[in-house]
Structures are given as structure tokens and as C-alpha cells.
Design a protein around this ligand. Sequence first.
Ligand code: F3S
Length: 398
Amino acid sequence: MQLTKDEERMLNGEMGYAVRKSMEILTALGDIYGADRLIKVGSVQVAGVSYHNLGDAGLDFLNELARDGKVKVTTTLNPAGMDLENWQNLGISEDFAAKQNLVIDAFTRMGILISCTCTPYLIGNLPRYGEHIAWSESSAVTFANSVIGARTNREGGPSALAAAFVGKTPRYGLHLDEKRIPNIQVKVDANLTRLSDWGALGYCIGKKAENKIPFITGIKEVELDELKSFCASVVTYGSQPLFYMQGITPGAENQIAPKESVIVEDRDIREAYDNINDQVTDIELVCVGCPHCSIKEIAEIAELLAGKQVAESTEFWVATSRLMKQLSDKRGYTATIEQAGGKFACDTCMAVAPLKGRFKSLATTSAKGCFYSRQNKMLTKMGSMRECVEAAVTGKWN
Ligand code: F3S
């Protein structure tokens, strides 16, 4: 990879330890993937924030970088392992909270915005069309590439951090026109009426696309929350973190529909539900907000939950960003949800909080949420927001 004089000085350590380490990571990646040079990035989003996933080795790595590392571009964080302000309310242990706070301290010293959300595009880290960025959360990467038309590979935590300290990333993969060409057409001929149907569609397309870039036709109408749910699911279940949706993705009109084509019909959607849903009736945890809830989703939850009470046998979590929670406070949604016994899980989510062994069953609107909760040994049910709220109130999945 060709380096400029400045970049060589960075690699030689003239600009400090964190920058040298970052250049080592970026040049190694560039060499592996055949990048010709580094390119500037407009923003960075860093995953690998939960102490649950990092452990002490990860914390040591972050503390080393935080000695002299300062980010050069707007950098936001993925969810952490707990609600940073209200962790006791979610049953997080003091030991875990102490370690998680050390992780957050390290990121704070680096100059990163402690946003702790997988929907950075809803809280001010919004790239423009065509902009090169270095993001790591898979659903956010897919949203940035496919809904906004920005350009990012699916970075790992360390490579995203490295891009933040250098302000650049190696030019390969989804930064290049030739690697962004769709190679499978997906015709959608299915009736999608509920939020969870978009997770089911993501499941179907992810499985059928098998690591290809889908060119999706047949979608007549789709809302933002449906797109974020679809983005989370399609990449979790198998496609590349980029799709073209006719009428939605900027630049889709300039792409040629691929010859290889598959179809998704109602029976595929039903099959997706069958595969995602386990045989379980008693629900111990209901968690909505994967990806993190928008203010519109929180408003819907408040409306569905008003005047009701969450069952004693069940916890009901609303996972969202702190900024969205503040809007919810102002609108009175928080009071309605909390009076009914619901809990806000700000800054965190069901996949990165230390939940293994705590709950045997989960209900959610999210196909991605089911995927990760199964890894945490939970039986899962996916359904509409209304079905999830009903499960929270009755403790049962009907
Ligand atoms: Fe976000 Fe966690 Fe889902 S990071 S996309 S809420 S698994």
C-alpha cells in the first residue's frame, strides 16, 4: 500500500503510540485485502464496547490506546453491557458495572462520544451519500451502505478505532465501485404488514443471498423503522452488509438487475417465523428495540401499554439510545411505560448485556434479537409490537 510522507511518520511512531499502533492495524488490513492507499473517513462507529465481550484483555488494550490516543473524526459507540445510569434497575452486578465503567472511561479519554447506540444515524452521526466512513455495527453498516448510500466495510472494533485515530481507512471492499455491484436479484412478492415481517424478510433474503449483494424489487412502501429492522436481519442471516432496494437505495437506478434471481413469497415469510420461533409459552423477558427504538416506536409502546401492568413473572425492556429516552421523558412516554412496570434499557441491548443464564425465554420484534438470544441459551418468539406488549402483560405468548 502506498503511504504518504505523513502516514509514514505516523507508522514510525512520530505521532505517538496510539497512532503508530493504528497505522500498523490499517496497513496490515490494507495489505491483506489489496488496498492501494488510505482514504479519509467522515465518521467512525466503534463496536466492542460491552465488558461482557471485551473482558480484561480488551480493557487493557483500550487503556493502552487511551494513554495518548485522540480521535480525529466524529466517533460514536455501539451499545455497552449495561444502562450507564440505571444499571441496578436491570439487575447488573456491581462488579460488572465497575469494569464496564472503566471501559467507558477509556473511550471518554479518547474523545469518543459516549452515545452507546446501534442507531448512530438517529442521534447525529449521519453520513452523507457517497461519504467514506468506518463503522462496525453490522446493522448500522448495512443501513449506512444501503439506505443512505455511504461507503463502509464492516469494521471490527480495533480497525474502527484505528480509523478514528488516523482519520483514514484502507481503500478496499465496499469503498470501491466494483465491489458494490449487486449479484443476485430478489423479487419480493409477499404481504408485509408488521414490523417483525421485515425481520422475517431479512431472514429469507439473507439465507437466499448467501453472502451476495441483493438487488431487491417489489417493495412498494417501507418506513424507516422497518428498514432498520430489515438491515439488522438481512446481514445477520447471511447477506453482505449492502443491498439495493429499488426506489429506496440511492443509486439503485444505475445498477443493472443481476441475472441470477430468487423470489420471496408469503410462504417463505411463514417459514422464517417457524424457524425463528421456538416452542415456548411462558415468557421471562420481553425486549424491544433491536436495533435501538426510535421515538416513534417508543410512542407506540407507550400507547399499547397505557393503563396496563407488566406481569410479575416477566421483565419488559425498551432498548434505546439515551437521546431517544430524553425525548421520551419530555413527551411523557417514559412515565407511561414505567408506571406499567416497563424498564428502559438505555445504552445497551439484549445481545451485549450479560444475560446468559438469567432468562430462559425471550419475546421480541427482532429477528436479529432472536439470533443472539438463542446464543445466550434463550428460547425465542418474534412478533409484532402489539404481541410483544401482550406477552409482557400476560407473561405468555399466545
Ligand atoms: Fe443493536 Fe443490539 Fe440489536 S447492537 S441491532 S440492539 S443486537
